[in-house]
Design a protein around this ligand. Structure first.
Ligand code: APR
Length: 235
């Protein structure tokens, strides 16, 4: 295996499935119960803010009873022990990576536990509901807080930082994502273009499986701790 120094890890809903959080496109997936265009677009929020707030309030409340699983803990261990560059880019809006101890990470699709005031543009940590029109702690405006979630049609966060990390990466690892949504689904091609080795770990082959040098099929809770042992053993 060529020298690995810089690692980029992309995670999706599949890494939180064993923590009891629903994925989007599997059986019982979130998009089975809701239409994306009804709950995850700016137009939906303009049309029916209460429905959208209720969808995210329920997911935020659900987080309280979810715990990080072995895959989150293994990535946090790798983050703590890896001597080279490492960046966890999660598409997930849950806080399970942080609660497992991950530090070198970012949420490209926003976070359930962040609110965004459309009155003063401030973003703030938020634990409770937004459906009851709370006032913005920064500017006092009532009913102007929206979930700080990147909806379809909106620009994901920190794309420059992500592209920079991909261009420098020696190893790109994708965990628990279906490869259905861009730009995340295209990261493997960028990483390969700049010479990185690429590995996918997923319950089923993702839509982009053929782009990966290696694809391991199985549960993240089993595959990720084994892979972290391997990588730390080789460092
Ligand atoms: N271990 C590993 N992979 C799993 C597990 C598991 N225990 N359970 C499910 N998976 C895999 C599924 O096989 C699927 O390929 O996780 C993937 C989940 O895919 P999606 O539900 O499409 O979730 P994700 O890829 O994160 O969606 C990307 O789409 O709806 C938007 O913004 C939303 O961030 C989300 C984005």
């Amino acid at each position: 295996m060529p020298e690995i120094t810089n690692i980029v890890i992309l995670t999706g809903a599949g890494i939180s499935a064993e923590s009891g959080l629903a994925t989007f496109r599997g059986p019982d997936g979130l998009w089975e119960g809701h239409r994306v265009e009804d709950v995850a677009t700016p137009e939906a929020f303009a049309r029916d803010p209460s429905l959208v707030q209720a969808f995210y309030d329920a997911r935020r409340a659900r987080l309280k009873s979810a715990e990080p699983n072995a895959a989150h803990r293994a990535l946090a261990r790798l983050d703590a022990e890896w001597p080279g560059e490492l960046l966890i880019v999660t598409q997930n809006v849950d806080d399970l990576h942080e609660r497992a101890g991950a530090r070198r990470m970012l949420h490209m699709h926003g976070e359930l536990k962040s609110a965004w005031c459309l009155g003063c543009d401030a973003r703030m940590r938020w634990e409770g509901d937004l459906g009851d029109h709370p006032a913005c702690p920064e500017c006092g405006a009532a009913g102007r807080l929206r979930p700080d979630i990147v909806w379809f049609g909106e620009m994901p966060y920190e794309m420059e930082r992500i592209d920079g990390a991909l261009m420098q990466s020696d190893l790109f690892v994708s965990i628990g994502t279906s490869g259905a949504v861009y730009p995340a689904a295209g990261f493997v091609q960028t990483a390969r273009h700049y010479g990185a080795r690429t590995l996918e770990m997923n319950l089923d082959p993702s839509l982009g499986s053929y782009h990966f040098h290696e694809s391991r099929i199985g549960r993240a809770g089993e595959l990720v701790p084994m892979w972290v042992e391997e990588v730390l053993g080789s460092s």
